[in-house]
Design a protein around this ligand. Structure first.
Ligand SMILES: Nc1nc2c([nH]c(=O)n2[C@H]2C[C@H](O)[C@@H](COP(=O)(O)OP(=O)(O)OP(=O)(O)O)O2)c(=O)[nH]1
Length: 360
């Protein structure tokens, strides 16, 4: 939810506490605090953080809270915005503004044995796999943060089926090509851009049980007879057009969103501020309905791309301003390579995606 929305809730006399949350990590080691018994959501693990003061930006609060609670100075570290999320605990409403910060090897060496914070609270570094597997009891709002943290640094996008139109059997050629060229354990957005491509996708997933798939929302893979294949589909995708069509209906909450997958998280494509706003509303509605969250936005195109030669690129500066509007992690797409991950992070991206440069 945006800061504006949280303010409007305030105007309706329900006070929302704005909180800066720092997901601090070094590679696969993540820093957790432990909330004291007397605190709200006490006796639970937490990411380091605290209330944003009236005069502060979220990032200023983040730097201050991390310094006050741990002594770590993150002033010169890159803080990548993961998202903003509103949660109603019944006794308290919070709006968490969540950033991921990787500490340097030197900072980690200095702080890795820290078992108590500067406020006397317990601190512990934990393995990412255990954190994501739910080994640590965190406040309920953090469930969405853990889903966001699943996103890898690189996402491969497939060629459209039309790319293989010269072949005698384009569907098999599509599966075979990607079977050979997708890197091990990759997250793959199966963008076939064709109706009736279910079988190609199923075929590819059968050939490559190691990969995780993001499939088009209107593609009927939910009914995949093979349960193993269903397990490989980790999110559904909505194009900007689908997103805008669904959010333009008057009966927003009941009708339009019911067309969208209710069993899996979503990743949506956006190209402008209006669609990012629609994505924020969809994410908010899904949280209210306790549906799997919107885990990311593909924001494109960053650079010129052969796939959309007539679309002018946003460039990193405009991309970065748009990304800041999103309430969920933003993935750079369009003319990028995996090598550009660091540059993308500096502009607010949690991941980079693409076709050519991401296939081996
Ligand atoms: N720090 C932190 N707070 C979280 C997380 N998840 C979550 O729901 N919260 C909630 C719990 C609290 O209601 C609120 C944080 O407020 P807080 O009371 O800890 O903030 P603070 O340190 O500035 O507070 P105070 O003790 O100085 O009053 O956000 C999390 O991962 N980290």
């Amino acid at each position: 939810m945006s800061v504006e929305q949280s303010t409007s809730i305030k105007n309706n006399s329900i006070t929302t506490v704005n909180v800066a949350v720092a997901v601090i990590h070094y590679q696969n080691q993540y820093l957790l605090g432990f909330r004291g018994t007397s605190q709200h959501q006490g006796n639970r693990y937490e990411f380091v953080g605290g209330k944003i003061d009236a005069h502060e930006t979220a990032k200023q609060a983040l730097i201050r809270e991390v310094a006050e609670e741990t002594g770590i100075n993150i002033d010169n570290n890159t803080a990548v915005k993961l998202g903003r999320l509103h949660h109603d605990y019944g006794d308290k409403q919070v709006c968490l503004q969540v950033y991921r910060i990787e500490v340097t090897a030197q900072q980690y060496a200095q702080y890795k044995n820290l078992s108590y914070g500067l406020e006397g609270q317990k601190l512990t570094w934990v393995e990412k796999a255990k954190l994501l597997a739910g080994h640590y009891d965190l406040p309920a709002a953090n469930k969405t943060i853990l889903t966001w943290l699943q996103l890898p640094a690189h996402i491969t996008v497939t060629y459209p089926l039309a790319h293989f139109s010269d072949s005698s059997n384009p569907m098999t050629a599509w599966s075979q090509y990607h079977h050979e060229h997708i890197a091990a354990d990759a997250w793959v957005y199966m963008r076939t851009k064709a109706a009736g491509a279910e079988n190609s996708i199923k075929q590819l997933l059968q050939l490559r049980p190691d990969i995780q798939a993001i499939t088009p929302d209107n593609l009927d893979t939910d009914k995949a007879d093979n349960a193993v294949i269903s397990r490989q589909i980790i999110a559904k995708h909505l194009t900007q057009t689908q997103l805008m069509q669904r959010s333009s209906s008057d009966a927003k909450e009941s009708m339009s969103y019911s067309a969208v997958s209710t069993s899996l998280p979503l990743i949506v494509s956006c190209h402008n501020a209006d669609s990012i706003n629609a994505a924020n509303q969809l994410a908010y509605a899904r949280l209210q309905q306790q549906l799997p969250p919107v885990i990311g936005i593909f924001l494109a195109p960053v650079e010129y791309t052969q796939t959309h030669p007539d679309t002018p690129p946003l460039g990193w500066q405009a991309w970065s301003k748009l990304a800041a509007l999103a309430d969920m992690p933003v993935i750079g797409l369009g003319g990028l390579s995996p090598m550009m991950y660091q540059q993308a992070m500096l502009h607010g991206a949690v991941a980079v995606a693409g076709i050519r440069q991401f296939l081996k």
